[in-house]
Write a new protein. Structure first.
Length: 348
């Protein structure tokens, strides 16, 4: 349990708690070692050495060389930097390829490019959220400046075949960018074996602070444990709640992500009732909080407005345990039942 014994936090795709080991590693640089790393004296060199050690650890997480790592403040800045760099290097090319289910940190730069006169091809997904490799290959043109495809979806957890997409882009001599914000620390990434040019990550999605840092996760055992929690949660909800379904169930997914669809409810009402029960989850991306529009990810998967509006995202993490799952399995069906009893659709 985290934050409070009264709170069940199941929204780890939005952000994560700082791992105590990360906090302890940072602490000296919040008070004792405050020098500017670019300064020439030994005091600054200690900070500079720590930054390079951090760079090596991030490189180890991603399976690449330390010199390939550029630190930014967040995934959004990384995405924008990748777009800017690719377009500067290929100024004569005025075409970009991306997908219909990208995070707004990629969708918005792509939309801005359209306003600047670029042509953007948006590739759809099937009802399970999967991407067609043929569609990717067919979308790339001689004037394509960049292909941008996320590694794993932040709402459904569906994993895209980046290795194969990288090979397609390489064969066509076009740079590939992947938003790996949700993938890093959850699935193995070995960039020495995947030929791509740009990859974005964000520390606060893997138990590092907002704006800085990365953590070399205990990946195999941790993901196996989290997957077991998620699978038990999904199985119980499908059994307890009539017509409950898992979005993206037919596709490979992140071990920690569960997007569930419930008929005859509104997700906003469900979130308010769950919040009253001190259960934290979401209706999709944290960036969409308060939006009246249904999720663009679920809409791209073919869900109609009512289905998309009745979906909730539960995302599990390092500090969740069986007690959290037991409580969620008890509370969520009760909340869905209350909402359905109040629904005009159910009353007919």
């Amino acid at each position: 349990m985290i934050a409070s014994d009264k709170i069940t936090y199941l929204d780890n795709n939005a952000t994560t708690a700082i791992d105590p080991a990360v906090l302890e590693a940072m602490r000296p640089f919040l008070d004792k070692y405050f020098a500017n790393p670019s300064s020439g004296y030994r005091f600054a060199a200690q900070v500079r050495d720590a930054i390079e050690q951090a760079r090596e650890r991030v490189a180890a997480l991603l399976g690449c060389e330390p010199g390939e790592i550029v630190f930014t403040s967040c995934g959004t800045e990384s995405n924008n930097t990748a777009f800017h760099s690719a377009l500067e290097a290929r100024r004569e090319c005025k075409h970009v390829v991306t997908t219909a289910v990208e995070h707004s940190a990629v969708r918005k730069p792509a939309q801005e490019l359209e306003r600047q006169g670029y042509e953007v091809t948006v590739i759809g997904v099937d009802k399970s959220g999967r991407l067609s490799l043929r569609a990717v290959a067919d979308a790339i043109r001689p004037d394509t400046a960049l292909v941008s495809v996320m590694w794993a979806n932040n709402e459904t957890g569906v994993i895209f075949p980046i290795e194969e997409i990288a090979q397609i882009a390489r064969d066509k001599n076009v740079p590939l960018h992947t938003d790996a914000v949700q993938a890093a620390g959850k699935i193995p990434i070995k960039l020495r074996e995947v030929q791509l040019q740009f990859l974005s990550i964000s520390g606060h999605k893997l138990h590092a602070p907002k704006g800085v840092g990365a953590l070399l996760s205990k990946l195999p055992e941790e993901q196996s444990r989290v997957r077991n929690l998620r699978d038990r949660f999904e199985k119980a909800l499908v059994e307890k709640i009539p017509n409950a379904r898992v979005n993206g169930a037919g596709a490979p997914r992140l071990a920690n992500t569960s997007s569930m669809m419930f008929d005859d409810i509104e997700s906003d009402a469900a979130l308010m009732m769950l919040d009253q029960e001190n259960i934290c989850c979401s209706a999709g991306s944290a960036c969409r909080t308060g939006s009246l529009q249904p999720s663009h990810v679920l809409s791209a998967m073919g869900l109609v407005n009512e289905q998309a509006r009745g979906s909730l995202r539960f995302s599990f993490g390092r500090f969740n345990d069986d007690k959290d799952i037991d409580r969620a399995i008890d509370v969520v069906p009760r909340v869905i039942g209350k909402l359905r009893a109040l629904s005009p659709v159910s009353a007919r």
